[in-house]
Design a protein around this ligand. Structure first.
Ligand SMILES: *Cc1c(COP(=O)(O)O)cnc(C)c1O
Length: 378
């Protein structure tokens, strides 16, 4: 545990709680936690499923067949990808759980994982827990926040067992460029490694086409899995519903590990998810609300001298630090002097230095006030 840093959200939550206890009016743009409630019909369905007599029994790690079939049907309908419900679908207790355990399942101590940087902190935390290392795949603004596989050394490529990316990307908001998943597939084929695409923002895209599944690319699919989370799509992050889908060997390995760690997803949640994935009229992410917040924040940030391009997807602004301070020094000063929480970019990897992340999960008036407060201390 000495090698594992305190999780960024845990540290922020503690600082926020301390300041609020002192009576400070903290505005948090720190945590990407959907603030609007889920569709009432969805909540009603969960309430119904909880009432069933067998709902409290032990589930299985593999999940009910009806759930795996619903995921498979959903993938066909939404992404044009066909999955074998018996061998290519595994329920997860959230994408976070799946990502962390995937590293333990795939990586030997001393091996290497190639991870998007900046990226979701568990991409690095999972390998650390597994006694493995991670090598960043820098997502740089000059490359449109896309990975550059030609920059990976042969030595690293040979040592790597796992590669993780996620698009629409947290924190940059970038969408995968056309052809990226095919390139990743060819790379994995050449170097014999497992690919993972984290699809947490599958349904949060503001412009252009809906985000594709990485599994729609046959080369990616041959070597990889995708992790689909319902947290951001249906504003249900606390329910902990996600799925690993794709390569059956990887799915079986992850399932075998999980049988030693958890006992599967609460049956009421499995059955609610089974129902949900078959519906077409349940409200998805509040895109119009997020887009309005995004546009307001981008305009106001430009006015205070922190220009930022509107992201194409996800629920964050990835904002260059407007002073010569480090990301951490700037974020700390914004917290101390303006009582606004922004996340320092280096919490998402070394390539995040020079940026801060602002989450769009608070109402417009508070967002505007937060930016005004930051403007006053610049
Ligand atoms: C929110 C988020 C997750 C976590 O999803 P859960 O299913 O709630 O665990 C995973 N990856 C990224 C990129 C995220 O932003």
């Amino acid at each position: 545990m000495d090698t594992i840093p305190e999780y960024v959200v845990a540290r922020l939550n503690r600082a926020i709680a301390e300041a609020r206890a002192r009576g400070v009016d903290v505005i948090s743009l720190g945590i990407g936690d959907p603030d609007l409630p889920p569709d009432p019909a969805l909540r009603k369905r969960l309430a119904l499923e909880v009432q069933r007599n067998d709902a409290a029994r032990y589930p299985t790690n593999h999940g009910e067949p009806a759930l795996r079939e619903a995921v498979s049907d959903y993938y066909q309908r939404r992404f044009g990808v066909s999955l074998d419900p018996a061998t290519e679908v595994l329920p997860l207790l959230g994408a976070k759980e799946g990502l962390a355990h995937l590293a333990t399942a795939i990586l030997d101590p001393g091996s290497l994982s190639l991870i998007a940087d900046p990226g979701y902190p568990v991409y690095a935390g999972g390998p650390l827990l597994a006694g493995a290392a991670s090598l960043p795949l820098p997502l740089l603004p000059e490359n449109g926040f896309q990975p550059d596989l030609s920059a990976v050394s042969t030595e690293a490529a040979v040592q790597a067992r796992l590669l993780i990316v996620g698009f629409p990307n947290n924190p940059t908001g970038a969408i995968a460029r056309p052809g990226l998943f095919g390139e990743l597939g060819a790379f994995a084929n050449q170097h014999d490694l497992v690919l993972c695409h984290d699809h947490a923002y599958a349904d949060i895209v503001y412009e252009g086409d809906p985000a594709p599944s990485a599994l729609a690319d046959p080369g990616f699919r041959a070597h990889g899995i995708e992790i689909l989370s319902l947290s951001k799509t249906y504003s249900i992050p606390g329910w902990r519903i996600a799925f690993a889908v794709g390569n059956p060997e990887v799915i079986a390995t992850l399932q075998r590990l999980k049988t030693q760690i958890d006992s599967g997803m609460f049956l009421a949640l499995q059955r609610t998810a089974t129902w949900l994935l078959g519906q077409t009229d349940i409200a998805g992410p509040p895109l119009a609300t997020y887009r309005a917040r995004r546009d307001l924040a981008c305009t106001r940030l430009g006015e205070i001298g922190m220009p930022v391009a509107p992201p194409a997807g996800a629920i964050y602004l990835w904002v260059p630090v407007p002073t010569d301070e480090s990301s951490l020094a700037f974020a700390d000063r914004v917290f101390e002097q303006a009582a606004v929480v922004v996340t320092p970019g280096n919490a998402y990897g070394a390539a995040g230095e020079g940026f801060v992340r602002m989450a769009l999960t608070i109402p417009e008036d508070r967002l505007a006030e937060a930016i005004e407060r930051i403007g006053a201390i610049l």
